[in-house]
Design a protein around this ligand. Structure first.
Ligand SMILES: NC(=O)c1ccc[n+]([C@@H]2O[C@H](COP(=O)([O-])OP(=O)(O)OC[C@H]3O[C@@H](n4cnc5c(N)ncnc54)[C@H](O)[C@@H]3O)[C@@H](O)[C@H]2O)c1
Length: 380
């Protein structure tokens, strides 16, 4: 059975999210229904993920009648979400387009991103910019996520891009665009090969959805986290669908992140991103887990969130074996990185803070003394 959730962005740009189990081999027929006159699929992936799932996916496209199927692979890892990998994939795409169509593939190609958030962001950026992006000759793309984070967060919403180096560090997503996919196609079975650490990292974003919008989802996670970690299909399907629904509704209201509505998706990400920057060994979800506890503690210090709520958040995070404290980070680095957070406007910070489980507000100008105290307590 395939479940369908629609991201409603008007007649031309709405798109379906299809969630199933063992349905990877049918991606071709669902893609073929999207657009006429498309006869080529260009799969963007990493050698590792393509090695695991490339063959059934490519076969499925051929079976569905796509005459040309090509690949643009680049190595795994955040540091490869770069302009170098972008150039490499574009070069392959140009070669594929001219081989198959004798030109730039005008209108005849669709890109399929097969992988986690790194592949999805880079492949989406390739689609957004190739042939001048959203023009009559644009190249559409679909997302076939293979990580839990890719399912519940990166695949949907149209934020695509690459990082750019600054000294020894990288500035995340410095180059990018909003460019919505035509389809998000999720097969929960692919999570069976996902390393456990990646699975838990993705779960942090699901916990986030519970805290910001859905106390029933949060309660479900409290009750069923063991089923989820053991990949019980019913439990996985439930949390993935709930997460997709929440993200889709938020994106619909504030597609380009201009109205402050999409900002709530950043719950836990302010301190979380600073932790990621201060200790590059942290996975995104691990840093966000600590960030979510910090935001809850800031809310309690401001008198808007009860201690009982912090206890529930902390216990759930610990139960899924995510950290509630950050190791090997210097307080001074984190405070410095917090000043550079994208939500800081004219030197005034903004924090997404819970008022109860399932509800958050965006608070401006939180006292830096409170932030310092809370973060210091959460460093090991
Ligand atoms: N566009 C958005 O809205 C959005 C939202 C959140 C995060 N992101 C981005 O997502 C990226 C992180 O994504 P991620 O956590 O998916 O990490 P990732 O894409 O780096 O994948 C993590 C690792 O898992 C491996 N892998 C992926 N699927 C697998 C599978 N099914 N089986 C075995 N191994 C598999 C990959 O090879 C990789 O080594 C970051 O760059 C972040 O900025 C984007």
């Amino acid at each position: 059975m395939i479940d369908k959730i629609t991201v409603n962005l008007g007649k031309e740009r709405s798109y379906p999210i299809l969630v199933g189990c063992g349905n990877l081999g049918e991606v071709g027929e669902h893609t073929a229904r999207l657009k006429q006159n498309v006869s080529g699929v260009f799969i963007v992936s990493s050698p590792r993920i393509y090695g695991l799932y490339g063959e059934p996916v490519a076969k499925s496209f051929k079976k569905a009648g796509f005459r040309h199927v090509g690949t643009g692979l680049f190595p795994d890892g955040e540091r490869n979400k770069s302009l170098n990998s972008y150039s490499r994939v574009i070069a392959k795409l140009v070669e594929f387009a001219s081989r198959s169509y004798g030109a730039n593939g005008r209108g005849g190609i669709i890109i399929a991103n097969l992988g986690g958030g790194v592949v999805g962001d880079l492949g989406g950026f390739v689609a957004a910019t190739f042939n001048r992006g959203d023009s009559s000759a644009r190249v559409d793309y679909i997302q076939i996520p293979t990580t839990l984070l890719g399912f519940v967060d990166c695949g949907v919403g149209g934020k695509v891009g690459v990082n750019f180096p600054r000294g020894k560090a990288v500035v995340k997503n410095l180059l990018g665009q909003f460019y919505q996919p035509r389809l998000v196609y999720a097969d929960l079975d692919v999570l069976k090969t996902l390393p456990r650490r990646e699975l838990k990292s993705g779960l942090a974003e699901v916990i986030k959805y519970g805290i910001i919008k859905d106390k029933l989802l949060f309660g479900y996670l409290e009750k069923h986290h063991r089923d989820i970690l053991s990949l019980e299909p019913g439990a996985l399907r439930h949390i993935v669908k709930k997460s997709y629904n929440i993200k889709a509704r938020v994106v619909e209201q504030d597609e380009k992140d201009r109205k402050g509505i999409r900002a709530i998706l950043n719950y836990g990400h302010t301190v979380g991103h600073a932790i990621e920057g201060a200790n590059l060994h942290y996975k995104h979800g691990e840093a966000i887990a600590v960030g979510m506890v910090c935001a809850a503690e800031i809310a309690r210090e401001l008198g808007i969130f009860p201690q009982e709520g912090i206890k529930r958040i902390e216990e759930l995070i610990k139960a899924v074996r995510l950290p509630v404290r950050a190791k090997d980070c210097r307080l001074s680095d984190i405070l410095e990185l917090l000043k550079r957070d994208k939500k800081v406007v004219n030197g005034v910070n903004r924090y997404v803070l819970p008022t109860e489980i399932g509800r958050v507000i965006v608070k401006q100008g939180v006292d830096n003394g409170i932030i310092r105290r809370v973060v210091r307590k959460r460093l090991e």
